[in-house]
Design a protein around this ligand. Structure first.
Ligand code: UD1
Length: 421
């Protein structure tokens, strides 16, 4: 297994360029199942989760060619409809093939995703919505077995909770359904907006894009003619590098971003007393005399993202005073706390709330273990300001979602090296 060795307190400065958004790319690759043509997708992040999803498309019978950040997909040749356990267990987002496979073929089987490090993560809302569209769903032998012998029908779906993956699955199912589907309480994340835009460019009529009420006119099983497109920038990767600038209290310019997608993150950095300079496609975080504590509640977009919670916790260890972080989306997303404690942080957990007593310069390097994708990036950030050497083990979590992490950190002056143990 590989690990990262980081020597803390190096001079950080310069510029970082952000890759395409993994969480936009995954549903967009799934959406190619609805296409009758070959599609070129640009700005594809070069990360493990994307390779896993492409492998899934290949296993279903589709073809793809990948060249750096460019991927050509032809899903017309798909002739199998089972997403097997071996793939789904490595990546929960495989559930995103459920909607498009069912709407195109009228049946499919997807291994039921289990829980994961950050909580139970059920998919009941995806299944309930598909049933409302006429699907018959059974769970057998650990698989979701879905059929819709007469095809899916448009329906009015009211999500009990805002779900990103659920909204994406139903959008794709609705695109080929018979009639109009209305999704109420839809997720509004930028990744959903791009999925809508791509489907609209492929000829699907969608009203309410960017709002919590989406109205989709289905094509009644007619496959779509997609246009080529580029993946939007990864707002979570960008936010992580903004935190790298902030935690080291140095100036770093983050290029190729959509600042609007980072408003909540920028606002919290400003509350912590950092100046953030914004232009059309970049954000520059500037150092401050005093890092102030902050109170954060995670919520759906456009609120503060749960995927940035761990990184801000690392940052709060360097603030002058007590911060709180309230995690409202996932019940177990504090796995990084015990590892931050090993680095010398002063953090107390009470239910869903973490209280962080910050003070600059208190972290000391040691061995820590990555537990999930964003928790791992919090450890990397902490290591940038820990005294001495920090070894971060199990970094396959980081490789799932951060393209060229060592390269980008090295470029801004960090001392980060990868070793095999
Ligand atoms: C997506 C993101 C993930 C992010 C999360 C929340 C991808 C690939 N992943 O995950 O990085 O942290 O959004 O912004 O885009 N829920 C149910 N039943 C369901 C579905 C969800 O109870 O059927 C609950 C979940 O357990 C969670 C909440 O709803 O508590 C939000 O989950 P959801 O938005 O669905 O997250 P994902 O799409 O899995």
């Amino acid at each position: 297994m590989e690990y990262l060795k980081i020597i803390g307190n190096k001079e950080i400065s310069g510029e970082v360029t952000i890759s395409g958004a993994k969480n936009a790319a995954l549903p967009l690759i799934a959406s190619t199942i609805l296409a009758k043509n070959e599609i070129n997708i640009g700005n594809m992040p070069n990360v493990v989760d994307i390779n896993t999803f492409l492998k899934l498309i290949g296993k279903l019978g589709g073809t793809f060619e990948k060249d750096e950040n460019q991927v050509k997909i032809n899903a017309l040749s798909i002739d199998k409809t089972t997403a097997t356990y071996d793939i789904v267990k490595t990546m929960r987002a495989s559930i995103l093939v459920l909607g498009p496979l069912l709407s195109r073929f009228g049946h499919c089987e997807v291994s039921l995703p289990g829980g994961c490090a950050i909580g139970q993560r059920p998919v009941d809302l995806h299944l309930k919505a598909l049933e409302q569209m006429g699907a018959i769903i059974e769970i057998k032998h650990g698989y979701i077995q879905a059929t819709a012998p007469e095809g899916l029908k448009g329906a009015k779906i009211v999500f009990d909770k805002v779900t990103v993956g659920g909204t994406e699955n139903i959008l794709m199912a609705a695109a080929l359904a018979n009639g109009e589907t209305t999704i109420i309480n839809a997720a509004k994340e930028p990744e959903i907006e791009q999925l809508c835009d791509v489907l609209v460019d492929a000829g699907v009529k969608i009203e309410g894009i960017g709002t919590s009420k989406l109205i989709i006119q289905g094509t009644n099983k007619e496959l779509l003619e997609f246009k080529d497109f580029d993946i939007i920038p990864d707002r979570i990767e960008a936010g992580t590098y903004m935190c790298a600038a902030a935690i080291t209290n140095k100036k770093v310019k983050i290029n190729k971003v959509i600042p609007l997608h980072l408003e909540a993150v920028t606002a919290k950095l400003e509350e912590m007393n950092f100046e953030v300079i914004q232009d059309e496609t970049s954000l520059t975080v500037c150092p401050t005399d005093e890092i102030k504590p902050v109170n954060i509640i995670t919520t759906e977009y456009p609120g503060f993202p749960t995927d940035m919670q761990a990184q801000f916790m690392a940052l709060a260890t360097q603030a002058n005073g007590t911060s709180t972080i309230d995690e409202r989306l996932f019940e177990n997303r504090f796995m990084h706390v015990s590892e931050l404690l090993r680095l010398g942080a002063d953090i107390h957990l009470n239910g869903n709330t973490a209280t962080i007593n910050g003070q600059a310069g208190t972290l000391n390097g040691t061995d820590v273990m990555a537990t999930d994708l964003r928790a791992s990036s919090a450890l990397v950030l902490a290591a940038l300001v820990a005294k001495g050497e920090t070894n971060i083990h199990r970094i396959y979590h980081l490789d799932r979602g951060y393209e060229n992490l060592e390269g980008k950190l090295t470029q801004i002056g960090a001392d980060v090296k990868r070793f095999t143990e």
